[in-house]
Design a protein around this ligand. Structure first.
Ligand SMILES: [Zn+2]
Ligand SMILES: [Zn+2]
Ligand SMILES: [Zn+2]
Length: 184
């Protein structure tokens, strides 16, 4: 546990979750709600198939738009692991999951959880994984072009190149005048 803490200097942030819910009413109509404020929902309707398709698509859109943060706390662990039978010690990389129980068919959840929890939560699809943090410090590729540049100043040894670049115009013009004015 302590090793994981020292690897990431970034402060840990709470795992996020989006819940899209289809709620039925007594008149056989239904509404879709999203836990995130500001999301546009379709109006209350009796077309359950359309609402269900919207809810699934909306949850998928949240999953697609979210970038998994490698320093996020496990959302499942923060909820006392109520999403799966037994509590586990959170471990592994952070993954983004889409959770939907087809037998219930009314709730779609997108959550940032750890790999250990994700493997125990039923009815999930792993949508994305956080990038490994270890590679941040390793950048050996940058040293290669730096070494190549150091060998370039070897062209300094040819003195002819220096006046050629500095004053080509005045040296060539007199030569042309002499040829043009020649008695040939
Ligand atoms: Zn939403
Ligand atoms: Zn859990
Ligand atoms: Zn966890």
């Amino acid at each position: 546990m302590t090793t994981a803490y020292s690897e990431s200097p970034t402060e840990r942030v709470p795992g996020r979750a989006w819940t899209v819910r289809l709620t039925g009413h007594r008149d056989h109509s239904a509404t879709v709600t999203c836990s995130k404020e500001g999301c546009r929902m379709p109006p209350r309707s009796r077309d359950l198939a359309a609402l269900r398709a919207f809810a699934a698509g909306h949850a998928a859109a949240h999953a697609k738009a979210a970038t998994v943060r490698p320093h996020a706390f496990c959302y499942c662990g923060a909820q006392q692991c109520s999403a799966h039978p037994e509590t586990v010690q959170c471990a592994g990389a952070v993954v983004l999951i889409l959770r939907h129980d087809p037998t219930v068919g009314q709730v779609w959840s997108v959550e940032e959880v750890c790999e250990a929890c994700a493997s125990r939560i039923p009815h999930i699809t792993v949508v994305a994984r956080a990038a490994r943090q270890r590679r941040v410090g390793e950048r050996p590729v940058a040293q290669v072009p730096a070494a190549a540049r150091a060998s370039v100043p070897g062209g300094f040894s040819s003195p002819a190149a220096v006046p050629d670049e500095g004053a080509p115009m005045p040296t060539r013009r007199p030569q042309r005048r002499r040829r043009a004015g020649g008695p040939r």
